[in-house]
Design a protein. Structure first.
Length: 137
């Protein structure tokens, strides 16, 4: 009698394949960013000069504060030198300007201006007087 060879059944445990990494996501994000940049540049090359200047202006000043007085970028307002002698004049100028603003008609009674003498070097490096306008809530 001939004997048949034994049949061995090997069962492999099927489990989770493990972590395969995510470096492809970083590479894909870089690729998508580069493509977006390319298409923005191509679009800008095909636009009018006014649009290019508007986009360039945004990148120069994203917050849009360049034309405001007191910003670190040169503003378009009138320079006012503050001293102890001209604080009353400044208060009168501000009150006159507030009276001329039509959209502040309803809020006028909630605006109070006082002249205080503060010598705090952290608030005013010139150690002068400051005019404060406070809105009542």
């Amino acid at each position: 009698m001939t004997t048949k060879p034994a049949i061995y059944i090997i069962k492999k445990k099927g489990g989770h394949g493990g972590h395969h990494g995510g470096a492809w996501k970083v590479a894909y994000a870089d690729f998508v960013t580069a493509m977006m940049s390319l298409f923005i540049v191509l679009w800008l090359l095909n636009t009018s000069k006014a649009v290019r200047e508007a986009v360039a202006g945004y990148f120069r000043d994203p917050a849009g504060t360049a034309n405001k007085v007191g910003s670190n970028i040169a503003g378009s307002g009138e320079k006012i030198l503050l001293s102890h002698d001209n604080m009353g004049q400044l208060k009168e100028k501000l009150e006159k300007a507030l009276k001329q603003m039509a959209n502040l008609e309803k809020l006028k009674k909630h605006i109070v201006m006082t002249i205080t003498s503060e010598a705090s070097s952290s608030r005013n490096p010139r150690k002068g007087l400051s005019s404060t306008a406070a809105a009542r809530t």
